[in-house]
Design a protein. Sequence first.
Length: 128
Amino acid sequence: MNLRRFATGAAVLFPVLALAILVTTSIGLADTATVTVKGYVLDSACAFTKGLEKPISKECAISCAKAGSPLVILADDGKIYWPIAGTTPSSGQNEKLMPFAGVKVVASGKIYDRGGSKAIVIEKIAAQ
């Protein structure tokens, strides 16, 4: 008799657990919405240490980027977006952003937010 109750309970519990795992996995894999960001492309050091609202100059942003400073997008609302690759292994994004260094841009892509930092996988970028 106990074996029958166990089998009945397992028959009910298994589909419920399978559904819970499927829902949890689907939520974790959900795509991030595509967002548009407007702002200036400048080097990360100046964005954080100088309190700038825009780059000092295009030449300055290019010089810092060539020296190895990652380029970021300083949005009109003051948020800083770190451009990242959407692939693994990842790759630097300075080459993609170099033509826009020191320039105001409109960039769209998937945004990721973690621990107060914001990142963007740029799908489209153009000078504003």
